[in-house]
Design a protein around this ligand. Structure first.
Ligand code: BDR
Ligand code: CA
Length: 303
């Protein structure tokens, strides 16, 4: 089994990704960051998710604001509590006393992958303290960026836009990187049938996930008048636990931090008319979505 640390800002799809990771990997810890919701709420949501899964995985709270610039949230997409406000599970868990950054620096080794599902602030803080950190770990699988359109702006994806300076640091860190951007995550769609399949499993985890998915579909219906919702964050878990479900291409990826129109854009060298810059990232371009949904459903079957 792969050994992972999940760095996240739950977030409906983050919570689903955590459950998927817990089923298919040895999750050493969960580290949290401010993103979809402020840090205190994202940490509480991570604690609640491990309680739903009935595991003892430790949770370390991390950065409460980006390296630079204003903090932006995404409660439009995930509800004011980050988990659609639908299913609060009572628990008495608390986060660890050490910080996410200390944990990443001290406890992540070459055998561990970090799955990055939120703004990349915690990872950038680790790199600021030890510029070689990225080269000392197994790798980083990022849900962030896009080879094509954005979501929070026409060209920027939320996680990168929320802390572009941190993302720039991670993409140029020399770490082994996998990127699941919007070009990929938009291929992993949730439908009403997915929700029905998951609801019918009747486990604590499946009830929780079904409520999150219903929230995402209802929100999509209101916002875009279509019951269409991409499952972003689970892709970055699967890219490590189930790499054969993917096609990857190697590219050089950088992040724009200055542009007034393009801040947070991932600039990817896909030129065909000139020699490209040396690649730094395995960019996921295709996913077997049918099989990926099967893996997700299977992972919710047991209590
Ligand atoms: C990313 O932003 C968040 O809203 C999701 O959790 C995902 O990590 C998609 O742009
Ligand atoms: Ca996320």
């Amino acid at each position: 089994m792969m050994s992972l640390v999940v760095d996240c800002d739950p977030g409906c799809d983050d919570a689903i990704a955590i459950l998927l990771a817990l089923r298919h990997a040895n999750v050493k810890a969960i580290t949290t960051v401010s993103g979809n919701v402020p840090l205190a709420q994202s940490t509480e949501n991570a604690l609640m998710t491990v309680a739903v899964a009935n595991v003892e995985t430790p949770v370390y709270a991390g950065a409460s604001k980006p390296l630079k610039g204003p903090q932006i949230s995404n409660d439009v997409s995930h509800g004011s509590d980050g988990l659609g406000g639908l299913h609060r599970f009572s628990h008495s868990r608390t986060s660890e006393s050490a910080s996410a950054c200390d944990f990443l620096l001290e406890c992540v080794s070459k055998d561990d992958w970090v799955i990055a599902l939120g703004p990349l602030t915690n990872l950038a803080e680790a790199l600021a303290r030890d510029s070689e950190w990225g080269k000392r770990i197994g790798g980083i699988s990022i849900m962030g960026g896009s080879t094509s359109i954005g979501n929070i702006t026409p060209v920027a994806e939320f996680n990168v836009f929320a802390d572009p300076h941190a993302a720039a640091k991670v993409y140029t860190s020399g770490a082994r990187l996998k990127m699941c951007g919007l070009n990929l995550t938009h291929q992993l769609e949730v439908t009403n049938e997915t929700v029905t399949l998951i609801s019918e499993l009747g486990t604590e985890k499946s009830t929780f996930v079904a409520s999150l998915l219903k929230f995402l579909l209802n929100r999509a219906e209101k916002m875009i008048r279509s019951r269409w919702a991409p499952l972003h964050d689970p892709c970055a878990v699967l890219a490590v636990t189930h790499p054969t479900l993917f096609q990857f291409e190697e590219y050089f990826v950088e992040v724009e931090t200055q542009g007034t129109l393009t801040s947070g854009m991932t600039v990817i060298d896909q030129r065909t008319t000139r020699p490209r810059l040396l690649p730094n990232t395995l960019v996921a371009t295709q996913i077997d979505a049918t099989r990926a949904i099967e893996v997700l459903v299977d992972s919710l079957e047991t209590q």
